[in-house]
Design a protein around this ligand. Structure first.
Ligand code: HEC
Length: 127
C-alpha cells in the first residue's frame, strides 16, 4: 500500500520542475556589482529566450544545457553573444540578443551572469 504515497511525492517533484522556469527566484542574485548589473541586463534582454529554452536557447538552470558550453573560453561566449551564432542544430543566437543598443561591456556582463548562474546550478546538482 505504499505505492500511492510515492506517486504523490513524484507528482510534487514533477510540478516543482515544471514551475522552476517560470519563477524568477530561480534567477539567483549573485554577489558583486558586476553580476548584479549583469543580472539586470540579462533579465531585460536575454531571459525571454534563455529562461525558457525558446528557439533552443540554453537554459542556465539546466546543467545539461551548459556543462559543455562552459568548457569553452569565455571569449568564445562573448563573441557569440555579441556577433550572433548558429549552433550545429541550426539554432540561432541573435547578434546582441536582438538589442543593438547594448554595448560590448553590457553584453559581456550579461554573459558573465548567465555563466555564473549556470555554474551555480551545475554545482548544486553535484552536492
Ligand atoms: C531570440 C532568442 C534569444 C535571445 C533574446 C538571446 N539568446 Fe542567447 N542564444 C539563443 C539560442 C537559440 C542559443 C543557442 C545557439 C546554439 O548553440 O545553437 C543561444 C546561445 C547563447 C550563448 C552560448 C553560445 C555558445 O557558444 O554556446 C550565449 C553566451 C548567449 N546565448 C548569450 C546571450 C545573451 C548575453 C543574451 C542577452 C543579451 C542572449 N543570449 C539573448 C537565443 C537567444
Amino acid at each position: 500500500m505504499r505505492a500511492p504515497a510515492y506517486s504523490v511525492i513524484a507528482m510534487g517533484l514533477w510540478f516543482m520542475t515544471l514551475t522552476v522556469d517560470a519563477d524568477s527566484s530561480a534567477y539567483v542574485e549573485l554577489q558583486g556589482k558586476h553580476l548584479t548589473q549583469g543580472r539586470a541586463l540579462w533579465l531585460a534582454n536575454c531571459e525571454g529566450c534563455h529562461g525558457y529554452g525558446i528557439a533552443g536557447a540554453p537554459i542556465p538552470m539546466d546543467p545539461s544545457d551548459w556543462a559543455s558550453r562552459l568548457k569553452q573560453e569565455r571569449s568564445v561566449l562573448y563573441d557569440r553573444a555579441i556577433n550572433g551564432f548558429f549552433g550545429p542544430d541550426d539554432t540561432m543566437m541573435p547578434e546582441r540578443g536582438g538589442n543593438p543598443n547594448l554595448s560590448d561591456t553590457e553584453i559581456m556582463a550579461a554573459v558573465d551572469y548567465m555563466a555564473a548562474l549556470a555554474t551555480y546550478y551545475i554545482q548544486r546538482k553535484r552536492k
